[in-house]
Design a binder for this molecule. Sequence first.
Ligand SMILES: [Zn+2]
Length: 173
Amino acid sequence: MDPSYAQPASVTCRRCGEAFSVDLWLIVDAGERPDLLERVRQGALHAFPCPRCGQTVEADAPLLLYFSRAPLRLSGREVRLLFSPARRTRPQEDEAQAGALLARLREALGPAWQEEWLREGLPVLPRGLLTLPARRPRGRPARPDPDPGEVHRGPHLGRIPPHPGSPSRAAHG
Ligand SMILES: [Zn+2]
């Protein structure tokens, strides 16, 4: 089952003013949707061509990556979840958005969800670092790689701490 999740959204072209509807991917299962992972790598997941003038319109949205098959190697550890906040949000908003996406993924996965994944908090990477190539052997030039591979630790790698007191159930649905 693919727990990836897209939210319908309306974006407006800055060049011509055209408003159009897009599917804004907020949760991507990297194992089930390598096509979407590739778009993340290219920095194009939340970028859309304007249907009227062709200008690329960037939507500002958070992203929760879920590595369902092979875990992502990050700073020498293997992670199943990775959050990349929207660019123009405050930390409080980022935490709220991460929490909401985690709750949705938890509900979608059901018994497949493991609290273990968040034992050390939710790894966070700024969007720019997600576009780095997957594997970069020392002394070799970077090149694209379709596998999840390894994301190198960036200067802004942060973690959203786990919320020990927060309920894990989702009452609605
Ligand atoms: Zn336009």
